[in-house]
Write a protein that binds this ligand. Structure first.
Ligand code: SF4
Length: 90
């Protein structure tokens, strides 16, 4: 019986801690909503590669039909040869 109460208590504690854990995730990674994305200036975005790194080699790159692409974590249209400080190799 005591073990059941302990288990229930642990489940309640876990449930209470999940919203806090979700809030700790970077906003940009929780949603593709444009408002949740990082502004270009804050990401130090530039439309040229840096040290051989460019958006098309980044795990956040989103290919589009047009000349410009998109990014999962940075706002706006993104140049395929662009780069920002949030770059992460694909
Ligand atoms: S380098 Fe920056 S802007 Fe380019 S795809 Fe990666 S995260 Fe997005």
């Amino acid at each position: 019986m005591a073990e059941t109460n302990t288990t229930r208590r642990n489940v309640l504690k876990l449930g209470a801690s999940l919203p806090a854990a979700a809030a700790a995730l970077p906003i940009a990674l929780r949603s593709e909503d444009a408002e949740a994305k990082t502004p270009k200036k804050q990401a130090q975005y530039q439309e040229t590669p840096k040290n051989g790194q460019k958006c098309t080699g980044c795990q956040f790159w989103i290919e589009t039909d047009g000349e410009m692409g998109k990014c999962r974590i940075v706002k706006g249209k993104i140049h395929p040869n662009g780069w920002c400080a949030l770059y992460a190799a694909a």
